[in-house]
Every structure is written in structure tokens, then in C-alpha cells.
Ligand binder design. Structure first.
Ligand SMILES: NC(=O)c1ccc[n+]([C@@H]2O[C@H](COP(=O)([O-])OP(=O)(O)OC[C@H]3O[C@@H](n4cnc5c(N)ncnc54)[C@H](O)[C@@H]3O)[C@@H](O)[C@H]2O)c1
Length: 368
């Protein structure tokens, strides 16, 4: 979405919730379990298309207001992502307040079990999954108390790591961008810069190399870069993201690290003609999508191209089937092309076109 950063971290949250465009959430649950120390927020933005689906962020928020604001923003983002992915799911998200790395294992398990009981109390209106700070092993614990838990390990009936299909989906978004801009989906001979070669980024690099692209990478972790260059010495390494985005002759920039990659500093110096990557919330603030369009940079909206992961966790509810999921993630190619076509037709940036299409799907579902 273009305006995910709009919810204030203060007592204004309630006013925002009921009266602003960033609000409109159906339900917000504040959870407290004194025995385990759990403090969590579950936000359901919309169940128009089906049960709200979205991950659990475990993060040391500076304040409870900040946690509520983050849950609201993230839940709304999931409504759009799920709608665009063609899933019969609305948007929801949960945040657990705390530092997952500073908590002792036994206490963490108690906390996750208490969290699972809260999710279960919603009776299936919210389906949870992993997010920043929570892992497959954590979802296995949550699942002991709650059947509406995805992101579990294969031993527990889950699909495991979602980064494989997320990378595959981003690759499809890139192929669609190439088709739209250059009339051919192949990335052969194109130069692609990948910033962040962690779980998703390194799978993406493999797809790009298989398709014949020239690849430039950067990462703040040396081990992540070495994992790539040991296998593929032909890959070029940029000193940092700033150097990568200024690389002469770069065709595509793939932000695959943190949010906010597209901002007032980075957009003016991009050499790439396309931005398409896995990171969530790439647009640092509303208006950046217009700055990209003004510079004739084609932006493949983040929540459209990185939906492979949520497609995977949604499938877990029906007994995970990798090939079925891959076929759904392959549709990201057509969805991305449809967004570019709509953007051209309406004379708006692709990010705004994606929002319109997602909002339409939710509105149609509400009318039925
Ligand atoms: N894993 C998924 O299935 C999935 C699904 C949808 C969206 N995403 C998003 O994609 C992004 C990457 O996810 P991931 O699972 O690969 O995470 P990850 O933590 O495995 O990888 C991120 C990589 O970025 C690097 N990094 C951090 N800051 C950086 C910086 N300033 N410059 C360069 N590199 C930096 C890290 O060292 C790490 O190697 C995240 O924004 C995530 O929210 C992931």
C-alpha cells in the first residue's frame, strides 16, 4: 500500500482507527497474560474475503502505542496483499511486545502458548503465521493451542520456510516488468542488483543467474555475500546499497532487505529502470511512487510481487501442496502485468493501481 506509514504511535490511534483512511479495522484485540508475561495486539483489518491471515511480529516496541500502530498498519497491508494474491483471506496481523532474543526458552514457550490461546479464542477469524522475530519452530508451539496456525514445520503438517516461493514470485514480477518495459520477459543480458541476499535474496539470485542475467549483490552480512560468491564467482559485489543503486548500466533494482528502500535520498540516484524486490513497505512515504513515475522508473508494487510466502501459508490450511502453490505464485506474472496495464489506463502509478484493484476485490466481496 502507498500509505502504510500513516498511523500515529499515540493515543490518537483510536481516532485513527474509527475515523481515518488508514483505519477502518474490524477488530483489535489487546491480549495480556500475566502468568507468562505476554502482551500482544491482534488486529483484524478485514474479513470481507475470508478469515484474516497474517503473521506474528515479535519485537521490542518502545511503547504499547507503537505496537498497536504497527499491528494496525501491518494488518491493513495484509488485506491488500491477500486480495491481490487472489486468496480468500482478509488481512490481519499480530504483534507480541518483547525481545525474542532476550527471553529464556522456557518462558518464550509459555508466552507463545498463551498467545496461541488468544488466537484460538477468535474461533478462526484470524489465522496466524511467522513474521519478523518469529520462526517455524515458534509456530509449532503456537499450534499446540491453536489450530488456526500456519508457518509450521513439515513435521507438524506445515510448509516450512516460505522464502523459496517468495523469491519465485518476485522473479515472476521481474519477468512481467521486463515484458512490460522491453517487450520480452527474459532477463537474459539484463543487469539486476539485489540488495540483501538473505533467505529470499539468495534464492532470487539463483533464478536470475539461471535466466542468464548479470547479477550485482550487496549485504551488510559478509557471510551472506560469501554464500553467493563461493557458488557463483561471476556475481559482482557492491560495497553497499548506495553503491549498488548507483551502478552504471543497472537495469533492475531488487530491494530484498528492509523496508523504506525507496525514499527521498535513493529515488533521485537510481540508475535502474525497474524496481522489483521482496522487501515489505519499500515506499518510505506516500508520494514516493509518484517520484518514481516522474523519473520513468517502473515500480512493481512490493506486496504484489512478494506474495509467494502468503500463498504458501494459506495453502497449509488445505494440506500443503508445493506444486499447487507454485502454480498460484506463477500467476504473479499476470497480476503484475494487469497492474501495469491498469496504471497506464488510469494514468496513475502502479502502486496506486494495485491499491485500486485490491480495494475493488474487497468491496465486491462485501456486497455479495
Ligand atoms: N521470507 C519471506 O517469505 C518473505 C515474504 C514476504 C516479504 N519478505 C520480506 O523480504 C525481505 C527479506 O526477507 P528475508 O526472509 O530474506 O530476510 P533475511 O533476514 O533472511 O534477509 C535479509 C538480508 O538483508 C540483509 N540486510 C539487512 N540490512 C541491510 C542493508 N542495510 N543493506 C544490505 N543488506 C541488508 C541482511 O543481512 C540479510 O542477509 C524482508 O523485508 C521481508 O519482510 C520476506
Amino acid at each position: 500500500m502507498t500509505d502504510v506509514t500513516g498511523v500515529p504511535a499515540s493515543a490518537d490511534v483510536l481516532r485513527t482507527l474509527f475515523h481515518s483512511e488508514q483505519g477502518g479495522h474490524e477488530q483489535v484485540v489487546i491480549c495480556q497474560d500475566r502468568a507468562s508475561g505476554l502482551k500482544a495486539v491482534i488486529a483484524l483489518h478485514s474479513t470481507a474475503l475470508g478469515p484474516a491471515l497474517g503473521g506474528t511480529r515479535f519485537y521490542p516496541y518502545a511503547s504499547e502505542e507503537e505496537a498497536v500502530a504497527d499491528a494496525l498498519n501491518l494488518a491493513r497491508g495484509m488485506s491488500y496483499k491477500n486480495a491481490m494474491a487472489g486468496l480468500d483471506h482478509g488481512g490481519g496481523k499480530a504483534v507480541i511486545i518483547g525481545d525474542p532474543d532476550a527471553i529464556e526458552a522456557g518462558q518464550k514457550a509459555e508466552l507463545l502458548l498463551a498467545y496461541g490461546r488468544f488466537v484460538a479464542s477468535l474461533g478462526g477469524r484470524y489465522v496466524t503465521a511467522c513474521d519478523v522475530g518469529t520462526y517455524v519452530a515458534d509456530m509449532d508451539v503456537v499450534a499446540r493451542e491453536c489450530r488456526w496456525t500456519t508457518g509450521r514445520s513439515p513435521e507438524n503438517g506445515g510448509a516450512g520456510d516460505s522464502s523459496v516461493l517468495t523469491a519465485f514470485g518476485v522473479f515472476q514480477g521481474m519477468r512481467a516488468s521486463a515484458q512490460h518495459l522491453w517487450g520480452d520477459p527474459t532477463l537474459c543480458g539484463r543487469t539486476v542488483g539485489v540488495a540483501g541476499v538473505g533467505k529470499v535474496g539468495h534464492h532470487l539470485v539463483e533464478h536470475l543467474l539461471s535466466d542468464g542475467a548479470e547479477v550485482v549483490v550487496t549485504d551488510v552480512r559478509e557471510e551472506s555475500v560469501r554464500r553467493i560468491t563461493d557458488r557463483h564467482p561471476e556475481v559482482t559485489v557492491a560495497a553497499d546499497t548506495d553503491a549498488l543503486i548507483r551502478t552504471e548500466g543497472l537495469d533492475i533494482y531488487a530491494p530484498c532487505a528492509l523496508g523504506g528502500a525507496l525514499n527521498d535520498e535513493s529515488v533521485p540516484v537510481l540508475t535502474a529502470k525497474v524496481v522489483c524486490g521482496a522487501a515489505n513497505n519499500q515506499l518510505a512515504h506516500p508520494g514516493v511512487e509518484k517520484d518514481l513515475a516522474d523519473r520513468s522508473v517502473l515500480y512493481a508494487p512490493d506486496y504484489v510481487v512478494n506474495a509467494g510466502g502468503v500463498i504458501q501459508v494459506a495453502d497449509e490450511l488445505h494440506g500443503f501442496d508445493f506444486d499447487r502453490c507454485k502454480a498460484k505464485a506463477a500467476k504473479i506474472f499476470d497480476t503484475t502485468l494487469a497492474i501495469f496495464a491498469r496504471a497506464k489506463l488510469d494514468g496513475i502509478p502502479p502502486a496506486a493501481a494495485a491499491d485500486r484493484i485490491a480495494e475493488q476485490r474487497m468491496a465486491d466481496a462485501r456486497r455479495r
